[in-house]
Design a protein around this ligand. Structure first.
Ligand code: AMP
Length: 223
């Protein structure tokens, strides 16, 4: 992104499987701003063969949250990196009210104003179907779905030609149930918090990836 382009600082929120990650990747592609997925950062951390890596892996596999302290430290460091200068999409953070409160203070300190907190709304039945069918290319990370987004040639990634794919370990029925409960209990309270700050925008996340992306562009004034 060049210096004279408009900056854009947004939070994508919503239940697991609502499409935050997919839509954040599309918005990054379109605008050049950084995509900060705390889930992705944690999954990388959990691959480390260290006591903390192992502990984290066990928690993520069960759908449990990482500690606020750890996440906050990660995000604080990440948003200081040069690719965040003109904007970022926070995907999966803040996930608790304390995280939202710290984010507000952190951004005020850095002189960053959020443009919007965008909640992508999708009913639970659709969420299950979306999560249980999704998988990704192991080489480039491009996302696919058994039913909704198949590669053009079966077994070959459209983006990079990779032929190996994987599913997230936490994308199983029981863990998704835990993640939905955690969303209601721990993450949902951040919605009225951001609403009270005049930042909340909601988008209906049902429909095709392209249709939801167009709705997001409209809400963010990017058309
Ligand atoms: P996601 O890729 O956003 O679905 O995140 C995957 C998992 O990482 C979640 O189910 C949580 O266990 C953990 N996680 C991601 N972001 C956070 C956060 N901000 N706070 C605590 N745990 C998180």
């Amino acid at each position: 992104m060049s210096d004279n382009q408009k900056s854009l600082f947004v939070v994508f929120t919503g239940a697991p499987g609502c499409g935050k990650g997919t839509q954040a990747r599309i918005l990054k592609e379109k605008t050049g701003i950084a995509h900060l997925s705390t889930g992705e950062m944690l999954r990388q951390f959990a691959q480390k063969d260290t006591p903390l890596g192992k502990e984290l892996k066990a928690a993520l596999d069960k759908g449990e949250f990482a500690s606020d302290e750890m996440i906050i430290e990660m995000v604080k460091n990440r948003i200081d990196e040069p690719d965040c200068k003109h904007g970022f999409i926070l995907d999966g953070f803040p996930r608790t009210l304390p995280q939202a409160e710290v984010l507000e203070g952190m951004l005020a300190e850095k002189g960053i104003k959020l443009n919007a907190v965008l909640e992508i709304q999708v009913p639970d039945e659709i969420i299950m179907e979306r999560i249980l069918g999704r998988y990704a290319c192991m080489k480039c990370g491009a996302g696919y779905h058994d039913k909704f987004q198949k590669p053009k040639i079966w077994g070959v990634c459209d983006a990079c030609g990779g032929t190996e794919f994987s599913r997230r370990k936490d994308d199983n029925k029981e863990t998704v149930h835990n993640r939905l409960v955690n969303y209601r209990m721990l993450t949902y309270p951040t919605i009225p918090f951001f609403e009270s700050r005049g930042l909340l925008k909601t988008v209906d996340g049902t429909g095709t990836i392209e249709a939801v992306s167009r709705k997001i562009d409209a809400v963010l004034g990017l058309e």
